[in-house]
Ligand binder design. Structure first.
Ligand SMILES: Cc1ncc(COP(=O)(O)O)c(C=O)c1O
Length: 407
């Protein structure tokens, strides 16, 4: 796979490439997209072929995928060394759907949900929509090392107030790949306090060389906390537009309750396209996945090298997984804010995003997620999506660095 050739997605109904959506967050409809978390790489050729085969028949009738969870089970074993019988894996129509259903079924209105922040915004939205109360657990941050970390003492104190932990592992957007010892700590804490852990592992297949993801419920086999692990082929193979995910419950009772509800809501069967793509991904995708992880790891090194010598004041936060990373703009934020206040007429497009995302949109023609999307207190960061060719990534960062240096 040649990842240096990212696709031009400008006419493909992609939200990431939609000029109105781009203007909304960046004040510039022409800004190049480095925001929404999907990549500009075509999926694996086997997966594309599976989709093509469906299209060629011209028939999209009701499908049957009796082996889908067996393929998910094989994937867990070959990718993560975790043996889970197919009959213990449950399909769901997307990862957020899985989280929302679990929260709805297994917690009550008014319950407290611990969410480590900066947090992928839908975690906050799902919690609020269901009238649960979010405990905003700030991850530790070391500005000198540009690195987030789990602060166990504070985590324990916040967990004592919680009914449920909504975790993200590896963590979006901090880039943390948690160690086995950290996962054990979380599970042991949850078990002792009698609280549920919901672990979103959508980014788990994209850990860069040198680091290893360990599924929460694999660690939990020797602990026995109440834990739900969710994973998906969507980010891994860039097929997120076809929503699918898989769930492993530590509690058989919860698994059966979830399945019964999904069935009652007629939400338990994959569509023909999802089924074909997900089956093919888990059967054939390992080689593509290895090459992609190596390419993304290389992107991170190149970004880091560039930023260390650019003199821009931006730093790349230690990114160990996936294709999105926080850029630390703490040292330049005050100048950017002063510029926005001095020239409001330059930043009139759209009304979303924040000070930094609108600055980079207008002055560097780069659309990034503003840190405030991950929580109000994270406005001195932006999230940059490096899931595209190295040339494009470096050209965008160069424009961002020049815009900052011109202040
Ligand atoms: C942590 C995390 N969870 C869930 C999702 C979305 O999953 P889905 O589209 O399957 O609902 C994303 C997408 O960016 C994500 O980053």
């Amino acid at each position: 796979m040649d990842f240096s050739k990212a696709a031009d997605r400008s006419h493909t109904n992609s939200i990431k490439w939609d000029s109105t959506a781009i203007e909304n967050i960046s004040a510039n409809p022409e800004a190049e997209p480095f925001w929404v978390a999907d990549m500009d790489f075509p999926t694996d050729s086997y997966i594309a072929e599976a989709g093509r085969k469906v299209a060629e028949t011209g028939i999209y009738g009701y499908p049957s995928f009796p082996l889908l969870t067996a393929k998910a089970s094989e994937w867990l074993e070959k990718k993560h060394g975790w043996k889970v019988p197919a009959e213990e894996i449950t399909f769901a129509m997307g990862l957020l759907h899985g989280i929302a259903s679990c929260m709805d079924l297994f917690t009550e209105k008014g319950d407290t949900i611990l969410v480590p922040t900066p947090a992928y915004r839908p975690f906050r939205e799902i919690t609020a929509n269901q009238e649960r109360v979010m405990i905003d657990h700030e991850l530790g941050y070391d500005h000198d090392r540009a690195s987030f970390y789990l602060d166990k003492e504070r985590f324990r104190k916040d967990a004592e107030k919680a009914r449920c932990i909504l975790f993200c592992s590896p963590h979006n957007p901090s880039g943390i790949v948690f160690s086995e010892e950290e996962l054990r700590f979380i599970l042991e804490t949850a078990k002792e306090l009698g609280i549920l852990v919901i672990s979103d592992e959508i980014h788990s297949d994209l850990v860069h060389p040198g680091k290893k993801h360990i599924p929460m419920n694999k660690v939990n086999e020797s602990i026995g906390a109440d834990c739900i692990t969710l994973f998906a082929p969507s980010k891994t193979f860039n097929i997120a537009g076809e929503h699918s995910s898989f769930i492993v419950f530590s509690s058989k009772e919860k698994r059966e309750k979830f399945r019964a509800r999904e069935h009652a809501m007629r939400l338990d069967e994959p569509s023909i396209v999802i089924g074909e793509l997900a089956s093919s991904a888990y059967e054939h995708g390992l080689e593509y996945n290895k090459e992609l992880c190596a390419y993304l790891g290389e992107n991170v090194k190149r970004i880091d090298d560039f930023l260390k010598t650019s003199g821009s004041g931006m730093k790349m936060v230690n990114a160990e997984a996936s294709f999105v990373a926080f850029l630390d703009c703490m040292d330049v934020y005050d100048k950017v804010k002063a510029e926005a206040e001095a020239h409001p007429e330059k930043y009139t497009g759209g009304n979303g995003g924040g000070i930094l995302s609108r600055f980079f949109g207008v002055n560097a023609s780069v659309a990034v997620n503003d840190g405030t999307w991950f929580g109000d207190q994270w406005g001195r960061f932006v999230r940059f999506n490096y899931g595209t060719s190295q040339d494009k990534v470096l050209a965008a960062l160069k424009r961002m660095a020049e815009a900052l240096k011109a202040l």
